[in-house]
Design a protein around this ligand. Structure first.
Ligand SMILES: O=C(O)CCC(=O)C(=O)O
Length: 320
């Protein structure tokens, strides 16, 4: 088995320049196929067969590194963190969390145009989405990025589970409907054909989207979130929760460190092992059916509410 610890192809200056210009770079040949072979069957068990591997029944698409040894190994020993650190030019990379994004065969489930910035309880720009396909990607089911939008300093209002329970503050802007601007001159829509082992580094401010999945197989990707040097806590109630850390424990302006944010790569070779990273969760729950892993139907409903100007009405919209 060849589970590489460093990217198979080193990050180049051109990769760094592309990321800085476009807000995204497609790194080719980061992971050996053996990593994918170890990860994909478990992804299918969880996503397609709803197998209980210890993930939260309410969020079975998140926190794989806490419950699945192969995903944990990939975080602590794989080449992902090094590739990210070199693109971001960060001295250190800490782990934040991982999540699945999956679309069934012949699906028109869309990921709405959004950026991730406001989902995270932090300030700083070094919190990219590391998007790693476990099934081959064609342009039609690829993540798509509107190049250059990482320069737009707009605090968008996300449809995060917490935000859905809140009234939208007046100063927060809904995400723009980029689909209407497809034919606009000067815009660069980027999508990729990706082989197994390739990886996207997506800037947290860059607007991204994906259409459905017209292929006959599932489209499965992992998004690994990491923190670089400039990240500091900035908790807001509409952010995503992180299992095991309350907003009370995120001190405004402090650097995320400690057992839940392990150092997984550094320029000078220091890193944590996985001995202090949680295995599982702090709570227990009665046996129950696992939910679906993504919330495309919920997002569709929220988009309709948004178009009707009703986002400021407090109402809990649940996933089907
Ligand atoms: O894979 C997708 O469709 C969405 C991924 C995404 O939004 C992300 O990685 O932040």
């Amino acid at each position: 088995m060849s589970l590489n610890k460093s990217p198979l192809r080193d990050v180049t200056q051109e990769d760094i320049d592309t990321y800085n210009r476009d807000g995204v770079v497609c790194l080719r040949n980061v992971l050996h196929q053996d990593w994918i072979d170890a990860l994909l069957p478990i992804a299918r068990d969880v996503i397609v067969d709803k197998k209980d591997v210890g993930l939260l029944p309410t969020l079975p698409g998140r926190y794989m590194a806490r419950c699945i040894p192969e995903y944990r190994k990939m975080v602590f020993e794989g080449p992902i963190a090094e590739a990210a650190g070199k693109v971001l030019q960060s001295k250190e990379i800490r782990f934040y969390f991982d999540e699945f994004f999956a679309k069934p065969p012949q699906s028109d489930a869309k990921t709405l145009w959004h950026c991730d910035r406001m989902a995270f309880p932090v300030e700083g720009k070094m919190v990219p989405s590391l998007w790693i396909p476990l099934t081959p990607i064609v342009e039609e089911n690829s993540l798509e990025v509107l190049a250059g939008t990482q320069h737009d300093d707009v605090p968008y209002w996300l449809f995060s589970p917490n935000a859905r329970k809140m009234i939208k503050p007046d100063d927060r802007v809904p995400h723009p409907d980029i689909e209407r601007r497809r034919s606009e001159e000067g815009l660069r829509f980027l999508r990729w054909q990706m082989d197994l082992g390739d990886m996207l580094v997506v800037h947290p401010w860059a607007l991204h989207y994906s259409a459905g999945n017209p292929t006959d197989d599932w489209r499965v990707a992992i998004s690994q979130r990491v923190f670089g040097d400039d990240i500091r806590f900035a908790p807001r109630p509409d952010c995503l929760n992180l299992a095991g850390v309350s907003f009370d424990e995120m001190l405004d302006g402090e650097k995320p460190e400690g057992d839940l944010f392990p150092l997984i790569w550094s320029q000078d070779g220091r890193k944590d092992d996985d001995s202090r990273y949680p295995r599982g969760f702090a709570t227990r729950w009665p046996k129950r059916e696992m939910g679906g892993i993504n919330e495309y139907d919920t997002f569709k409903k929220m988009k309709i509410k948004e178009a009707a100007g009703e986002l400021s009405k407090r109402e809990v919209v649940t996933a089907d």
